[in-house]
Write a protein that binds this ligand. Sequence first.
Ligand code: SIN
Ligand code: FE2
Length: 210
Amino acid sequence: MADTIEATGLAIHPGMLSPAEQRSLLAQIQMVMKRSPLYRPTMPRTGKPFSVMMTNCGTLGWVADKAGYRYQPRHPETGKPWPPIPDQLTALWTRLGAPATPEACLVNIYDEGARLGMHQDSDEATFDAPVVSVSLGDTAVFRMGGTTRRGPTRSVRLSSGDVVVFGGPSRLMYHGIDRVLSGSSRLIEGGGRINLTLRRVTPWTDAAAS
Ligand code: SIN
Ligand code: FE2
C-alpha cells in the first residue's frame, strides 16, 4: 500500500521491490554502469562538482555541466548512446500506471557523505507523466517541500526497495537528499545508495503507446 502525502499527491510505496527484485535490479544497473561509466556532474555556471556520481540508461539521459542542465542521447565523456532501460524498470513504470514508456533513467550513486540539494525536476518538455524513483541500498533521508522554493519541508526515510511516484500536484515538488545512513543496508557490496529515476522527457501520443 502506498502512503500518499495529502495535498501533494506524492505516493511512497514502502518495500515495493522484494529483496530478490532488488538484487536482480542491482545486477542490471551494475551492467549499465559497466557500459556507461559513472561521471561526476558539475553545477551550471559555478562548475562546482556534485557529491553524487551519475550515469543514465534510456534513449535520453539527464546531464549537468557548466553549460547547464539538459537531456541528451549520449554519455558526455564516452560519446556513446546510453544503454537501454532494464525491462524490470519499464515493467514497474507500467505497473504504476505511468503512460507510454520511460525515456530516461537517471542513475544517482550516493557514497558516504553524498547529498543532493533541494530542486524540482523541471528540465522535461512534459510534466504530464509522473516521475518514478526507486531506492536501492543504504537508507536516505529524503526531504520534500512544496512547489515553491520557500515554505515548510518535511523529511521521510527511503529504504532499499521503496518506490516514490511524483504525480499530479507533486510532479513539480521540491525535493532533495539530506544524507544517506551509512551501513543501513547490505544490498550493495561496500555500501552506498543507488537511486533510479524514470522520466518521460517528451510528450507522447496514445497511438505510440499501444
Ligand atoms: C533526484 O531527485 O534526482 C534523486 C532523489 C533520490 O535520490 O531519491
Ligand atoms: Fe529530483
